[in-house]
Design a binder for this molecule. Structure first.
Ligand code: SAM
Length: 267
């Protein structure tokens, strides 16, 4: 029976074999690695991956698709976890191993998933994902670009990021309304910022008013937190806007805020 694609699960199935081959070769699976596919769907990528590796794990939310996948491959080859990837515990899955995550992600959950996965970064070697091109443009944007923002800083502070190639809507059934792109995220051995929570809080403040100069919003807030924003080690230009501040500068500010918070007596 043909599966009717479910909009609520962002189902756009890859059908272009050259795109599938390009993604599999970018991932370049090797024997002994723990590969986990998020949202295997009808198995378009799964087939290509299983040609290159003995065993694969997958997290899929749609119970009909889970049943199809389990029927098609034995659990020794494809272990399917029926779960919401947003709530899935990748740390427990990894145990003492480290994982390689891959997938053609449902576009409606991609940003929260990528941010959520930061808390599991110690068990993740790398990630290869197909996403909406606009999201990949934001992930890889450097400071000074219009696409640069919270997602760029949060992800670049923890990963080496690389946009691999674009994929047109015709490569999918049904075709999405937007262009797609494949991104590679390699977890940095040491994140640029020591504390994820401090960086996240800073980003929420910093990019809430991205068109405003730092002297009008961010600098007064930093003062209210007990930091001197004119300290030369932060190299902040009062007339700059948040999108002009480099990831290393944001990481330095987050570290300083973290040190202040850690030094404050517990109440
Ligand atoms: N990998 C397949 C392909 O390339 O043809 C399917 C990709 S489709 C864009 C997204 C897949 O993710 C679907 O199979 C969908 O059911 C699944 N999915 C959607 N939301 C999910 C979630 N929160 N957790 C896990 N899987 C999810």
């Amino acid at each position: 029976m043909k599966h009717a694609p479910r909009k609520r699960f962002g189902q756009h199935f890859l059908t272009d074999h050259s795109v599938i081959a390009a993604i599999v070769s970018a991932i370049a699976p090797r024997a002994g690695e723990r590969l986990v596919e998020i949202g295997p769907g009808l198995g378009a990528l799964t087939v290509g991956l299983l040609e290159r590796t003995e065993r694969l794990e997958a997290v899929e939310i749609d119970r009909d698709l889970v049943a199809r996948l389990r029927h098609r491959w034995p659990a020794e080859r494809l272990m399917v976890h029926e779960a919401d990837a947003l709530a899935f515990d990748f740390k427990t899955l990894a145990g003492s191993d480290r994982l390689r995550l891959v997938g053609n992600l449902p576009y409606n959950i991609s940003s929260p998933l990528l941010i959520g996965l930061l808390s599991s970064r110690k068990v993740i070697i790398d990630q290869h994902f197909m996403l909406q091109k606009e999201v990949v443009d934001r992930i890889v944007a450097r400071h000074g670009c219009a696409d640069y923002g919270r997602l760029s800083v949060m992800l670049q502070a923890h990963h080496h990021v690389e946009q691999l190639f674009d994929v047109p809507p015709e490569a999918f059934d049904p075709p999405p309304r937007v262009e797609s792109s494949v991104v590679r995220l390699i977890t940095r051995p040491e994140p640029m910022a020591r504390d994820l929570d401090s960086l996240e809080r800073l980003m929420a403040i910093a990019f809430a008013q991205r068109r405003k100069m730092l002297r009008g919003t961010l600098m007064p807030w930093l003062r209210s937190q007990g930091l001197d924003p004119e300290d030369p080690r932060f190299a902040l230009e009062p007339t700059a806007r948040p999108e002009e501040v480099a990831v290393t500068q944001w990481a330095g500010l987050a570290d300083a805020l973290f040190s202040l918070r850690s030094a404050a007596p517990a109440r």
